[in-house]
Design a protein around this ligand. Structure first.
Ligand SMILES: [Zn+2]
Length: 198
C-alpha cells in the first residue's frame, strides 16, 4: 500500500539515515588530524563508516611535526603457536631495534599501577599505533607517548612480551592462553618466542 502511494506522487522513498560518527571517533580524529596537519570536514557530515576510513588513513600518515619519522614497518611470514602461518608486521625504530606486533607489559614505577599494558597494532599498509590496554579496552595514546613507550619496549621486546605473558597468562604474540607450565613461567609460547630473533 505504501509503495503504491509513493508511485502516485512520484517521490523517492527517503534515504536511510546514516549513522553519525561517535564522540570517541571525533575526538580521536581531531587528535590524528592535528598531528597530520589536516583539516577535518564538518562533524555533521561525518558518518561512522567515513570516520573509520579516515582514522585508518590518518593513522598511516606521517606526522607533520616529524614525530615518528625514521620509524618503518616491515613484514614477514611467521608461524604461531597453533601452527598457522600468516604475515606479521614489526616496527623498526630509527636505531634499528625491531618490535613485532603484539602485546607488551612494562614496569611503571611511581604510577598508580605497577605495570602498564600495551598493544602494538600494525596495519597492512605501513600504519601502526600503540594503545594502552585498560582491562579489555585499548585506549588511544598521544603519538609522543606512543614513541616514548615503544622505545622503552624496544630495549627488550622479548622481555616485555614475556612480562605480559607472565602477568596476564596469555601469549603476547598470538594471544593464546598459556597452559603449559614452562610457557607460563617464561611468559611466551615456544614458537612465538622465535619471533624475537634477529
Ligand atoms: Zn604465542
Amino acid at each position: 500500500m505504501h509503495d503504491h502511494l509513493i508511485s502516485i506522487h512520484g517521490e523517492e522513498p527517503p534515504a536511510p539515515q546514516l549513522e553519525g560518527c561517535t564522540e570517541r571517533q571525533w575526538s580521536y580524529l581531531a587528535d590524528l588530524a592535528a598531528k597530520a596537519g589536516e583539516t577535518l570536514p564538518p562533524r555533521e557530515e561525518m558518518t561512522k563508516a567515513g570516520a573509520s576510513a579516515l582514522i585508518e588513513r590518518l593513522k598511516a600518515a606521517p606526522a607533520k611535526d616529524g614525530t615518528g619519522a625514521g620509524f618503518r614497518v616491515l613484514y614477514e611470514n611467521v608461524e604461531d603457536d597453533d601452527g598457522s602461518i600468516h604475515t606479521s608486521g614489526f616496527v623498526v625504530l630509527p636505531a634499528g631495534d625491531r618490535v613485532p606486533a603484539g602485546r607488551y607489559a612494562i614496569a611503571t614505577p611511581g604510577e598508580k599501577n605497577q605495570h602498564g599494558f600495551f598493544k602494538l597494532w600494525i596495519g597492512d599498509r605501513g600504519g601502526w599505533a600503540l594503545r594502552r590496554q585498560v582491562s579489555d579496552d585499548f585506549v588511544p595514546m598521544e603519538r609522543t607517548n606512543q614513541l616514548r613507550v615503544l622505545a622503552e619496549i624496544a630495549r627488550d621486546p622479548l622481555g616485555a612480551s614475556q612480562l605480559f605473558g607472565q602477568l596476564i597468562g596469555a601469549c603476547g604474540v598470538c594471544g593464546r592462553t598459556l597452559t603449559n607450565d614452562l610457557s607460563r613461567e617464561i611468559g611466551i609460547g615456544p614458537v612465538c618466542r622465535e619471533r624475537f630473533r634477529g
